[in-house]
Design a protein around this ligand. Sequence first.
Ligand code: WQD
Length: 345
Amino acid sequence: MRLNVAGRRSVLVTGGAGYLGSVTCARLIECGYRPVVLDDYSNSHPTVIERIARLTGEPVRCIRGDVRDGALLDDLLAREAVVAAIHFAGLKAVGESASRPFDYWDVNVGGTLSLLRALDRAGVRRLVFSSSAAVYGQSQQLPLAEDSPQAPANPYGHTKLAAERVIADVAATHPDWAAACLRYFNPVGAHPSGLLGEDPRGVPNNLMPYLAQVAVGRRKALTVHGNDYPTFDGTGVRDYIHVLDLADGHIAALRHLQTNPGVHCFNLGTGAGHTVLQLKAAFERACGHALAYRIGPRRAGDVAACVADPTRAREVLGWRATRDLAQMCADTWRWQRMHPAGYPD
Ligand code: WQD
């Protein structure tokens, strides 16, 4: 067992200063690990590292850099006795991916390949990979299980599925390799302290941060992308999962890999779907006032509904999501109220 001075198992966390990465780093420390963060701050803030340290009472080592820099990774892995890596670093805007395929393939697939090479050279053959429900694409039988057909509908989804393929091919080269591909549904919420949350650059693409910015007065009104879908109220249905539940899923996967070599895929969702208008109503209950909205046209690339079957993660990892929509909204609202303009620069 590769332990550092404090007797903690070090875990390399790429993208550890990001929305999901930062909450996961806090949970890693609470669970006895020592995260070593690699982040280029292209979609995150240096402030976040200090926040994690404030929350946990543990200093957090953070190296600024790009996961595609093999020499940097070799140097980091030679100095830090990591036992595994969690790979969050990547580009994740579905709409943007269609206009930036070069970047999405280079960062999401090239970055994963670069990390795998460095880990293999260092003999650290344990990886938890941030994948996405976007690998399933559209018009699927719901709920989605891990063996549901995979037909990504956009370059973002294709890069996540391709990265999973690369991981599987590399893992087949050495019996020590153990990897978990975690397919997130819709991550939302914030750390209950209000110190860590989602702070998208520019106009939010995603529903929850947009609702939060309307609630805090930063945006005038929500545009609902279509209300003519074959759903309960005509608006899109998604499986929203609290970012803390997602973090716990990563801890459970890390533990599973200690005794289970090979490659394992898991859907991380709640198994429950909610419409846009249901989420808006839940957020209004959390913030205490009505949120202005208008009905607009459908958004290109959207599916009517996307809901997980989380059975496999429950049966194999002993993991299930425990936080409900009310807590997701309450934690998001606390974060947004404390940071009306996002993290301070
Ligand atoms: C949710 C619902 C919209 C904004 C994406 C990625 C996915 C994952 C999460 C990384 C839909 C509606 C939204 C708005 C709206 N990312 N909506 N008005 O598209 O389900 O998933 O983010 O892993 O891979 O695909 O999330 O929050 O954008 O949309 O009406 O201003 O809210 O139409 O029905 P999505 P979303």
